[in-house]
Ligand binder design. Structure first.
Ligand SMILES: Cc1cc2nc3c(=O)[nH]c(=O)nc-3n(C[C@H](O)[C@H](O)[C@H](O)COP(=O)(O)OP(=O)(O)OC[C@H]3O[C@@H](n4cnc5c(N)ncnc54)[C@H](O)[C@@H]3O)c2cc1C
Length: 276
C-alpha cells in the first residue's frame, strides 16, 4: 500500500548518520509489515538495506546474521556439516504465513522486531540461545539474550530509535541435535505453537523453548532429560496461565494443551536418542 504520510526516505551508508531520533521516523527493513497497513504517525523511513551489512558470516564462534538478512537468504544458507541444528533455519522460515514475495523481502531483524508471538525468527533464535546486538541512538551497543528480547505481544526491549544490528548463533548451540513441533489451524497459516528442544552432543541435557503459544518465549533448561511428570510440573511453574496467547489462530486453552502435548513428544524423542 502507498504510505501517503511518508514524505522522505533516507538511505544512510552508516547508522551513525541517524544520530538524532525524531518522532515520525521508522526503520525500514523488508517493508512487508510497514507497507501492509497505514502508518499515520510515520513521515520518514530509514532504509536499512542501504547499510549493506553482509547477510551471513560464519566465524569460529558460530554464525552472525545481519538484521537485514532476508528469510530467503537464511533458508538457502549451506551450513557446516557439524551444525546439526541448521535444518531449523528452513523449518522456521517455513513457519510463517508468507507469500514468495514476502519470503524474499522480509528480514530476520524485521520479524524479530515485530515481536509477534508467532514470529518464527524469534522461535529460531531463542531456541538456539542467540544473542542480539542492539545499537541505541545515544549510547554504546548492548547485547541481549534472544529469549529476553520479546516482552509481550508486539512488545520488546528496544528503546526509542534503537536498532537491532545482528543476531549471533553460537556454534555450541548450532552443533546440538533438536526436535521440532509446530501446529497451525490453517495450512501455511500463522503458527499456533512452535516448540523446539535441543540437546548438546554427548550429553542428555535438554533446552526446551516454547513460542507462538505464549505472548513471549519461554525456555526451560534441564541438565538431564527429565521424567514426564517433572517436565509437566516445570512447564506449569514456568509459564503463567495468563501468558498463553488467545487469538483467532487458537484459543489460549488449545495452545496450553499443545504446549504440554508437544513438550512431552520432544522429551520422549530426545530421551530415546540420548547419547551415553
Ligand atoms: C498479512 C501478514 C501476515 C503475517 N503473518 C506472520 C506470521 O504468521 N508469522 C510471523 O512471524 N510474522 C508474520 N507477519 C509479519 C512478518 O513477520 C513481517 O511482515 C516481517 O517479518 C517483517 O519483516 P520486514 O523485514 O518486512 O520488516 P518491516 O515491515 O520493514 O519492519 C517491521 C517493523 O520492525 C521495525 N524494524 C525492522 N527492522 C528493524 C531493525 N533492524 N531494528 C529495529 N527495528 C526494526 C520496523 O521499523 C517496523 O516497525 C505477517 C505480516 C503480514 C503483513
Amino acid at each position: 500500500m502507498n504510505l501517503n504520510t511518508v514524505t522522505e526516505v533516507k538511505q544512510p551508508l552508516s547508522a551513525y548518520e541517524i544520530a538524532e531520533w525524531r518522532d515520525g521516523y521508522a526503520w525500514l527493513a523488508g517493508g512487508t509489515w510497514l507497507y501492509s497497513t497505514p502508518q499515520v504517525d510515520t513521515h520518514t523511513l530509514i532504509d536499512l538495506q542501504s547499510l549493506r551489512w553482509p547477510a551471513l558470516q560464519v566465524t569460529a564462534g558460530g554464525l552472525d546474521i545481519a538484521a537485514t538478512c532476508t528469510l530467503a537468504e537464511l533458508a538457502h544458507f549451506t551450513a557446516p556439516a557439524t551444525w546439526k541444528a541448521a535444518p531449523l533455519f528452513k523449518m522456521c522460515c517455513d513457519s510463517l504465513l508468507a507469500s514468495f514475495k514476502v519470503w524474499n523481502a522480509a528480514t530476520v531483524g524485521g520479524n524479530i522486531c515485530m515481536s509477534l508471538p508467532a514470529g518464527s525468527m524469534i522461535s529460531l533464535t531463542a531456541s538456539l540461545e542467540a544473542t542480539y546486538t542492539l545499537w541505541p541512538r545515544d549510547a554504546e551497543p548492548r547485547k541481549v539474550a534472544a529469549v529476553d528480547f520479546v516482552t509481550g505481544n508486539h512488545a520488546n526491549v528496544l528503546k526509542r530509535g534503537e536498532l537491532l544490528r545482528s543476531i549471533h548463533l553460537p556454534a555450541r548451540s548450532l552443533s546440538k541435535r533438536f526436535a521440532f513441533r509446530r501446529a497451525s489451524l490453517t495450512h501455511l497459516g500463522r503458527s499456533a505453537i512452535i516448540v523446539i528442544g535441543t540437546q548438546s552432543p554427548g550429553t542428555d541435557d535438554l533446552v526446551l523453548t516454547v513460542t507462538a503459544a505464549t505472548v513471549k518465549p519461554f525456555q526451560l533448561r534441564f541438565d538431564r532429560v527429565p521424567e514426564a511428570q517433572t517436565l509437566r510440573e516445570a512447564i506449569f511453574s514456568t509459564i503463567p496461565e495468563a501468558d498463553y496467547f488467545n487469538d483467532v489462530h487458537g484459543s489460549a486453552l488449545y495452545k496450553r494443551h499443545l504446549t504440554y502435548y508437544f513438550s512431552e513428544q520432544i522429551r520422549a524423542e530426545l530421551l530415546s536418542g540420548a547419547e551415553a
